[in-house]
Design a binder for this molecule. Structure first.
Ligand SMILES: Nc1ncnc2c1ncn2[C@@H]1O[C@H](COP(=O)(O)OP(=O)(O)O)[C@@H](O)[C@H]1O
Ligand SMILES: [Mg+2]
Length: 398
């Protein structure tokens, strides 16, 4: 069929033509927005799940919902080893602009606080040229959000920001993707600041997304984090939602699927959103005409799989060193031997046994894989792939 009209969108963070199966989260978030804007106590959402299930696009959709309500919003993606100050100040700069507060003096004050928060990054004795500022014209407000203690500074920053938003009857939403990659101090300060905000009823919320162990990261940092955030596990789509993700965009282009074709698609994709987009794209390009048949799906499967092998699996596999690849392969083998469902966690002691090594001698490989985000540990002593079907990919690769 006409590749120019192909509606599907495989790729990290690519907005899908139809955001299927996420109505529950979108509805819950509408309630959060309304309650927070009214100063009512409310837990914010944190989305967790494997790679490719659609956390980033859902986070963007939640941000869109906040923007439609007139909120000020900003987004950042956490990176290992990077401090929170710079990316957060850029995000908040954006949020303040979006809020569109009329009074210039209040606006300049808050922007000045964002600036002083950002400039503290270089240390108090830093020369002007080493100071970084997020392109804010207003003068920095000395003595506010620049103590150097990130927790104190965040509370001051959010308090001033919340005051500004409350003035106009709106709120501020800070959206943090890959939240598990925040440094320990930053996580702890962020939880403390959210805790403080929830008590003062100021309309600022932090909405996060990250890998499945993110709740463990947060609760290891602050025991009360469960009361701050409502964790929403984002997972593969139900059969119905997966069908909708394929059919709705096709219908827009006057194309359709035969029922057998939809069943074959679900079989192949397991309902994982990334796989649905990749298969949808390949099948569309190779099918001679609408309606798309099960035979078309069979013909296109190798093309879809080779796209995934490069774009989804391969790009991650490339990041691992030879020693780390042995570790990953052993994880896949252990899972198969123990008849675990694809994606289930295995014991790291079993992985070590499989490789005939002592667990301690493998901890550097394991730690590095954790840092690279290829595996995660939701429970002590256990380890799992962050990428769905990764074990299968490794075994087929051989
Ligand atoms: N609800 C959904 N329905 C259909 N496709 C989706 C959905 N959510 C995500 N996708 C698609 O899945 C892919 C991965 O989405 P992304 O948000 O990057 O996942 P994650 O952040 O969890 O790794 C993208 O190609 C996106 O278009
Ligand atoms: Mg993502």
């Amino acid at each position: 069929m006409d590749p120019i009209r192909n509606p599907y969108a495989p790729g990290a963070g690519q907005r899908p033509p139809e955001l299927a199966g996420r109505d529950e989260q979108l509805a819950a978030f509408e309630v959060v927005l309304e309650r927070v804007a009214k100063g009512r106590p409310e837990r914010s959402l944190v989305l967790t799940g494997l790679r490719g299930v659609g956390k980033t696009v859902l986070l963007n959709a939640l941000r869109g919902a906040a923007v439609r309500k007139g909120w000020g919003t900003g987004k950042l993606e956490a990176r290992p080893g990077q401090g929170l100050r710079r990316p957060l100040s850029s995000a908040l700069h954006q949020a303040v602009r979006e809020l569109g507060h009329r009074d210039e003096e209040s606006l300049d004050h808050v922007l000045g606080v964002v600036k002083s928060f950002a400039q503290r990054d270089a240390g108090s004795g830093a020369k002007i040229r080493d100071q970084w500022s997020p392109g804010i014209d207003a003068p920095a407000v000395r003595g506010r959000a620049d103590s150097g203690d990130i927790e104190i500074d965040l509370v001051e920053l959010f308090t001033d920001l919340g005051g500004l938003a409350a003035d106009v009857g709106k709120g501020v939403g800070v959206f943090i993707d890959e939240m598990q990659d925040l440094g320990a101090d930053d996580v702890s300060a962020l939880c403390a600041a959210c805790h403080e905000l929830s008590q003062s009823g100021l309309p600022v919320i932090v909405v996060g997304a990250g890998l499945p162990h993110l709740p463990a990261v947060l609760s290891a940092s602050k025991s009360y984090s469960e009361r701050l955030f409502r964790y929403q596990r984002i997972d593969r789509l139900s059969r119905e939602a997966a069908d909708r993700a394929l059919e709705a965009p096709a219908a827009e282009e006057d194309a359709a699927y035969e029922p057998d074709a939809l069943a074959a698609m679900y079989d192949a994709t397991g309902g994982y959103p990334y796989f649905i987009q990749a298969y949808g794209k390949a099948v569309w390009d190779l099918a001679p005409r609408s309606p798309i048949t099960a035979a078309d799906v069979a013909v296109a499967a190798p093309e879809a799989e080779s796209e995934l092998a490069v774009g989804f699996f391969g790009s991650r596999y490339e990041r691992a060193t030879p020693g780390e690849r042995d570790y990953l392969m052993a994880m896949a083998d252990v899972a198969v031997e123990q008849d675990e469902a694809d994606g289930d966690a295995v014991l790291s002691s079993d992985v070590a046994a499989r490789l005939g090594k002592k667990p301690q001698s493998l901890s550097p490989a394991r730690d590095s894989l954790l840092k690279k985000g290829l595996v995660y540990s939701g429970e002590r002593g256990r380890i799992a792939f962050t990428v769905p079907h990764f074990g299968r990919y490794l075994r087929e690769r051989g």
